[in-house]
Design a binder for this molecule. Structure first.
Ligand SMILES: C[S@@+](CC[C@H](N)C(=O)[O-])C[C@H]1O[C@@H](n2cnc3c(N)ncnc32)[C@H](O)[C@@H]1O
Length: 342
């Protein structure tokens, strides 16, 4: 039978990133099933529903139409939930190891068990399905979760960028969506660098950088005791000998640690209030990766904050660039502003 070809939008993904990229596309709901995936040279071309903010290039290609593959959560729930509930349900979810985390509106709480069970049926790699019960809260930026189905646990081992991370999804901030950003930073670290990760959580940045670069030393500072405890465990789990984790407030600890070649500030809600601390640990040539949540019309605000702190300290900086590395709300993004202190 002749193949039926249709011109589709695809994302071009390097082969070695294909599995992770496909999972991410499925999680975000952009992956289009029912069409062939093409391979050409060192890349795969995944069919997607539309263009979106992506680290990969888009290309239009003629793909073969295929019979529908295994069902997603929405299809599995058809007939099990009232149509209006299903229509308004967010079926995209985060996966941390074998735990899935959904965002379900409180008014659909009565359907928790049905939704959780359907997700376990859809994805055999899952053992636990949780729903976010609150947004990120407090100084530790943690979220409460409620159990929908499966094993009642909050700890899982998550794999990304060649490291294994023990994560407690309720007691410590962690976002699997940031693995691409961690890889971006990892690719910039030069041999022999001394790197500081302020606000280091359970160690996703410290472990990724220590494992995949030739940094001389990677230092993490985290105020949440459970985050620090897991960061220590994760350094051991990945057999890292060039990581040091400190428990406490960066304002008290960082001034005792000397100077660094690279400083990460992954606290987008209020990192600007710690820029003076980062500047104090910078020498000429230090690169700072500064994270913020800003509206796309207002992203230059980050440069203004950095300019203000440098002016007060009599220092100068060069702006290396700003990248979007996540979305927080319509037109509000997580930005990373990269600067070099001169
Ligand atoms: C957005 S989370 C990022 C965690 C981790 N870097 C990651 O990407 O998974 C920010 C972290 O900063 C920590 N934190 C907040 N204020 C702090 C401070 N003054 N000193 C040290 N850590 C702090 C919080 O406990 C939280 O774990």
């Amino acid at each position: 039978m002749a193949a039926f070809l249709i011109c589709m939008i695809t994302v071009k993904v390097p082969l070695q990133e294909a599995e992770r990229a496909k999972q991410e596309l499925m999680r975000q709901g952009y992956f289009l099933s029912g069409y062939s995936v093409q391979k050409e040279g060192d890349h795969l071309y995944f069919p997607v529903k539309e263009r979106f903010d992506s680290p990969y290039a888009f290309e239009e290609r003629a793909l073969e139409a295929r019979p529908e593959q295994p069902q997603g959560l929405r299809e599995t729930l058809k007939g099990k939930l009232p149509a209006d509930v299903l229509g308004r349900l967010k079926t995209a979810y985060d996966q941390v190891g074998d735990i899935a985390i959904l965002e379900i509106d409180d008014k659909f709480k009565g359907y928790d068990a049905t939704i959780g069970k359907a997700l376990l049926d859809t994805n055999p790699k899952l053992r636990t399905v949780l729903a976010k019960a609150t947004g990120h809260e407090g100084a530790y930026r943690t979220q409460h979760m409620r159990l929908l189905a499966g094993e009642d646990k909050r700890v899982a081992v998550h794999k990304e960028n060649g490291v294994s991370l023990i994560v407690d999804v309720e007691a410590v901030y962690f976002s699997a969506r940031l693995s691409t950003e961690r890889k971006r930073i990892m690719e910039r670290v030069q041999p022999g660098e001394r790197v500081l990760v302020m606000f280091s959580g359970c160690g996703p940045y410290t472990c990724t950088l220590a494992k995949n670069t030739e940094a001389e030393e990677v230092v993490g500072v985290e105020i949440n005791p459970r985050g620090h405890e897991l960061a220590e465990e994760n350094s051991k789990l990945n057999e890292l000998t060039n990581v040091k984790n400190y428990k406490g407030d960066v304002r008290e600890i960082v001034p005792e640690l000397g100077e660094f070649d690279r400083i990460l500030m992954p606290l987008p809600r209020s990192a600007e209030t710690f820029l003076d601390v980062a500047l104090g640990a910078s020498h000429q040539g230090t690169i700072i990766h500064f994270y913020s949540f800003l509206h796309e019309d207002d992203y230059a605000q980050a440069d203004t904050w950095i300019q203000g702190v440098c002016d007060r300290a009599g220092r100068r900086f060069e702006l290396l660039g700003s990248v979007k590395c996540g979305q927080q709300a319509p037109r509000v993004f997580r930005w990373c502003t990269d600067v070099k202190i001169l």
